[in-house]
Design a protein around this ligand. Structure first.
Ligand SMILES: [Zn+2]
Length: 297
C-alpha cells in the first residue's frame, strides 16, 4: 500500500487570468461554481476551499509565453525560456529535451525515492507506430523517466483518460470506445490518486480552441471541463490528496486574439497541502519544487 499522501497535477493548456470582457468566454460561466474562471479585476472564490495563485508564465523573457518552453518549466522547475533565450512554441527542441531528460518531475521523484508516479493520459496505437514523430514535453518527460505509457486498453479498463476526457475525438477518429461522462472520467483520475503518489493529467483542447477563436465552442468546452473538475474534487479524498491545476500560458481567456496572451495563469490548489503549496508558488518554475517538497514532507 502507498502512503497516505498523493498529488494530482491537472495541466490545462492555454488558460490565463484575463479581464471580464466580451472576448473572455470564462466571464459567461457560473463564476461561483467554476474552478476555471478567474479574472484580474475580480477576486474569485472557488469551490471545495481551493485557493488560486496568479502565476507568472512570462518568466522574465520577452514575448508571449509558449507551450514547449512553458511546459518544460512546469515539468522541471527550470526556467526553460531563460535557458534557451526565448519562448519556444509547439514541441521541445534538443535543448529543451535535454532539460526534460535530466530534470523532469518524474525523474526527480524516482531518483529521490519519493513514490510511484504516473501519466494518466492514454495514447492511441498510432502514437507508437508513427515515425518520426514530434513529442510534447510531457511525452518526453514520461519517456525519459522510463514510465509506462497508458494505452487505449487501459482507458477501456478504467485506468487511463484521453486528453479529450469524453472520448469524443477518439470516436470521431473511428475508435470503438464508449463516451465517458464527466463523472466516469473523474472517477478514473480519482482512482489513480489512490494508487499513485504523483499523477499528471494533461488537457490541451483549451489551447486549440483559443487559437481557433471559437467562442461558442469555448464556453461549451469550458463548462464541460469545469464539470469534470467539480466531479473530480468530490471524488478525490482531499484529506490525502493535493490537487494542483495550472497552465503554461494564457490563450482561451481572450478570444479577441488568436495568439497566446502574456496574462498570468491560475494555479489553483485544493486539498491536503494547499496552504503549504500556496506559499511556494509565484511562477511556473515553482510547480515541480512544490510537488517534490510535498512528497518529502
Ligand atoms: Zn498554443
Amino acid at each position: 500500500m502507498k502512503g497516505k499522501k498523493s498529488i494530482l497535477l491537472f495541466f490545462v493548456d492555454g488558460l490565463g487570468i484575463g479581464e471580464q470582457k466580451d472576448s473572455n468566454p470564462l466571464a459567461y460561466l457560473n463564476k461561483k461554481a467554476c474552478p476555471l474562471a478567474y479574472f484580474r479585476d475580480y477576486i474569485t472564490e472557488t469551490i471545495e476551499n481551493g485557493v488560486m495563485v496568479p502565476t507568472d508564465a512570462c518568466l522574465g523573457v520577452e514575448g508571449r509565453p509558449q507551450s514547449a518552453s512553458g511546459q518544460t518549466t512546469i515539468l522541471t522547475g527550470i526556467n526553460a525560456p531563460q535557458k534557451i533565450g526565448y519562448h519556444k512554441n509547439g514541441f521541445p527542441n534538443e535543448a529543451l529535451k535535454k532539460i526534460i531528460d535530466e530534470n523532469s518531475v518524474f525523474l526527480q521523484i524516482k531518483k529521490a525515492n519519493l513514490g510511484k508516479a504516473t501519466f494518466a493520459n492514454a495514447y492511441t496505437p498510432q502514437f507508437f507506430t508513427t515515425k518520426p514523430r514530434w513529442k510534447s514535453a510531457t511525452t518526453l518527460a514520461v519517456e525519459a523517466a522510463g514510465i509506462e505509457f497508458r494505452k487505449l486498453q487501459d482507458l477501456l479498463a478504467g485506468k487511463a483518460l484521453y486528453h479529450d476526457f469524453t472520448n469524443q475525438t477518439l470516436r470521431n477518429k473511428g475508435f470503438d470506445i464508449p463516451l465517458f461522462t464527466t463523472s466516469q472520467a473523474a472517477e478514473i483520475l480519482a482512482r489513480l490518486t489512490r494508487s499513485y503518489d504523483f499523477v499528471l493529467y494533461e488537457h490541451f483542447i483549451t489551447d486549440k480552441i483559443g487559437h481557433a477563436q471559437d467562442f461558442a465552442l469555448a464556453t461549451k468546452h469550458l463548462e464541460k471541463l469545469a464539470e469534470l473538475l467539480r466531479e473530480l474534487l468530490k471524488k478525490v479524498n482531499l484529506e490525502e490528496t493535493t490537487v494542483i491545476l495550472t497552465s503554461d500560458h494564457g490563450n482561451i481567456e481572450d478570444l479577441s486574439t488568436r495568439n497566446h496572451t502574456t496574462n498570468k495563469v491560475p494555479t489553483v490548489i485544493w486539498g491536503r497541502e494547499k496552504d503549504f503549496a500556496v506559499n511556494m508558488i509565484k511562477s511556473l518554475t515553482d510547480i515541480t519544487p512544490t510537488i517534490l517538497k510535498i512528497l518529502e514532507i
